[in-house]
Write a protein that binds this ligand. Sequence first.
Ligand code: NAG
Ligand code: NAG
Ligand code: NAG
Ligand code: NAG
Ligand code: ZN
Length: 312
Amino acid sequence: MFSSILVAGVSALALASSASAHLQIRSHFASFQPPNSLTPKTDKVERVRCSSNVSSEVYEAAESRFGYNRILIDTDNVAPRSANISVYFHVVSSDDSEENGNVSDDQISQQIDVLNEDYADSGLYFVLANTTRTVNEQWFSTAGPDTDEQTDMKNQLRQGDADALNVYTVGFESGSGTGLLGYSTFPSSFDDNPQDDGVVILFSSLPGGSTENFNLGKTLTHEAGHWVGLFHTFQNGCSEPGDNVDDTPAEAQPNSGCPTTVPDTCPDSEGSDPISNYMDYSYDACLTSFSTGQISRLQDQMATFRGINFSS
Ligand SMILES: *[C@@H]1O[C@H](CO)[C@@H](O)[C@H](O)[C@H]1NC(C)=O
Ligand SMILES: *[C@@H]1O[C@H](CO)[C@@H](O)[C@H](O)[C@H]1NC(C)=O
Ligand SMILES: *[C@@H]1O[C@H](CO)[C@@H](O)[C@H](O)[C@H]1NC(C)=O
Ligand SMILES: *[C@@H]1O[C@H](CO)[C@@H](O)[C@H](O)[C@H]1NC(C)=O
Ligand SMILES: [Zn+2]
């Protein structure tokens, strides 16, 4: 009985990952270049935070797999838990220059620092294990979700096992990823496709990058959130069980920008929209927290699907 449910889960996961929605919006300013301008290039493309937006079928399959296999990490009465996560950083650029994707070691180091600040209460500590640099115009431009370019890129570059975070920085200039900030796989899908596992983000979203409103490094914080097993806070909209985390208020849709008045898009459920939660879509400056429930969930996800042993 278990196995038939799991098999159904596998095919639903496979089906929905290729059918998942990918929004692409580009403003007309995208190709505007001031003549002979000496001001630094600022990215005015209207960005879409993430395409790791799972359908209800994928959600159900992932949660049923989690339910059957769940390893519970006891978060009560214990000393702080910790585990080191190796990070393999793959810089893909269209040429040798920083503005065409060849981000510096310094930016990568700042990005790892942001990750560790944002995950400080999670027990996870990210350690840069290796950086690779590849010039590949096709991957840089086109490695969006479900493309041959991203498959090829991951097949050639991925390192480590289920417990290693592989991060690829690209340009998202054409195809299914146009205008994206990032996308990620989930822990529960590792076994089905280990080589696909990891996070792909826009190079200019790193701290100090050129993407307006999205250059404080929160893109990786958000995408790593999926990689450790969290859904968007607006998953399932106002309907139970939402993102399957008790202490993140339900919200009908993603928030954007930095709302000064906090909306309450699900008035029938407790709490206003969690606009400052890393798993919403607000600007980087407004993303500041994970909830206690998210931390508990991510520890269980990491133990269950990535073999992480938290030590106290
Ligand atoms: C997420 O996907 C659901 C359907 O799977 C869709 O209704 C919703 O609009 C999507 N939201 C975003 C922000 O892409
Ligand atoms: C994590 O890595 C740091 C050094 O980067 C090391 O000092 C620490 O002992 C490691 N912790 C665990 C639990 O392996
Ligand atoms: C990328 O930049 C680094 C310095 O950050 C430099 O050493 C390297 O030659 C550049 N190009 C490639 C393809 O790595
Ligand atoms: C880093 O990755 C490169 C390319 O795969 C490899 O040659 C090198 O040995 C790796 N270094 C470490 C320290 O793992
Ligand atoms: Zn996301």
